[in-house]
Design a protein around this ligand. Structure first.
Ligand code: ATP
Ligand code: MG
Ligand code: FE
Length: 340
């Protein structure tokens, strides 16, 4: 029973179809559109989603060899995100659902990130600890099943992705900064700058990343050379990775779980992936990531959640609903196991 999904929460327009396996997916990134402004311009994002969504729908249906009559439901990212951008995907999904008498399935964007590793060949079993690190969120979650989420910790200020992007800007790197900073850090030398590991010297699972950005600013030499900027990028990346690793291991300790799931845009970071693999293995635990392309926003993860929630008999929602803010912990556990 294939579920079609639309993702338009921020600056990626994406469409996918899932039916127990991923049938097709397509994505258009608006990065170039927003680059000259140094960040996402909400109104431009909405308008570009309007332009892109229909051709992507066509493309994905063709690729899957399906027509709208073959669908069992239409899922869409209902929040959190930019309200105008969310409305575009939501209204499109609602239109298709209405025209074909299909259930409309609202999906929580962070639940989609969280379950994205289940698209891979070796999906993690429940329960697990999830670290969600994206442009807008830094969350540690106790995950006991689909929809069964207990918040263990979160950032008290900047999200990790946001800290990457702001620090990249300080270092004179183009938007979007996260991947650029990671690239610059590759040529940086280890140990040339020492930055703090915020909030690791006291118990607890919360994070704070805004001080790290300030520490970079105060460490940055006047008229810094390219090499010094690379060294500082390296130090920043290492401080973030070390901090995240410490808290993840602490969360595994606190829950007694043996599995860690890491998702969201920053989970694409290679140093983070390598460190977490090494440090979880050292304590007999295992870490799971989405493939690189599904770390950042995509519709495959939305289709997966839409399919799970549809298959597990959650009530079909007739009316279009979008929410700019929507805490993950408000979701309800899905009771039944998915049909195949
Ligand atoms: P949210 O999911 O919280 O609503 P978002 O959808 O904007 O936010 P994502 O698309 O999941 O966020 O991730 C984008 C973020 O990931 C950006 O901040 C970007 O800089 C960061 N990012 C992407 N790749 C890397 C990388 N290799 N290293 C570090 N950060 C990265
Ligand atoms: Mg994005
Ligand atoms: Fe996202």
């Amino acid at each position: 029973a294939p579920v079609l999904a639309l993702e338009t929460s921020c600056d990626e327009t994406a469409v996918a179809i899932y039916d127990g396996g991923l049938r097709a997916h397509a994505l258009h990134s608006q990065v170039a559109l927003h680059a000259e402004y140094g960040g996402v311009v909400p109104e431009l994002a909405s308008r570009d989603h309007v332009r892109r969504v229909a051709p992507l729908l066509r493309q994905v249906l063709d690729e899957a060899g399906l027509g709208t009559r073959d669908l069992a439901g239409v899922a869409y990212t209902a929040g959190p995100g930019l309200i105008g951008a969310l409305m575009v995907g939501g209204a499109t999904a609602a239109g298709i659902a209405l025209a074909h008498g299909l259930p409309l399935i609202p999906v929580h964007h962070m639940e989609a990130h969280l379950l994205a590793p289940m698209l891979e060949d070796r999906p993690p079993a429940f329960p697990f600890v999830a670290l969600l690190v994206s442009g807008g969120h830094t969350l540690l979650v106790d995950v006991r099943g689909v929809g069964d989420y207990r918040l263990l910790g979160e950032s008290l200020d900047d999200a990790v992705g946001e800290a990457f992007d702001k620090t990249a800007k300080l270092l004179g790197l183009p938007y979007p900064g996260g991947p650029e900073l990671a690239r610059l850090a590759e040529s940086g030398r280890e140990g040339r700058f020492r930055l703090p590991r915020p909030m690791t010297d006291r118990p607890g699972l919360d994070f704070s990343f805004s001080g790290l950005k300030t520490a970079v600013l105060t460490s940055l030499p006047k008229a810094a050379s390219d090499a010094e900027r690379a060294d500082l990028a390296r130090a920043f990346e290492e401080a973030v990775v070390d901090t995240l690793c410490i808290k993840c291991l602490r969360a595994l300790e606190a829950t007694g779980y043996e599995r860690l799931v890491v998702a969201g845009g920053v989970s694409a970071n290679l140093r983070l992936r390598a460190s977490l693999r090494e440090r979880t293995r050292a304590r007999g635990a295992e870490v799971f990531f989405p493939r690189q392309a599904f770390c950042t926003d995509n519709a495959a993860m939305v289709a997966l959640v839409g399919w799970m929630r549809r298959a597990e008999g959650s009530p079909a929602v007739a009316a279009l609903e979008v929410r700019a803010r929507w805490p993950l912990s408000e979701l309800c556990p899905v009771q039944r196991r998915p049909e195949t």
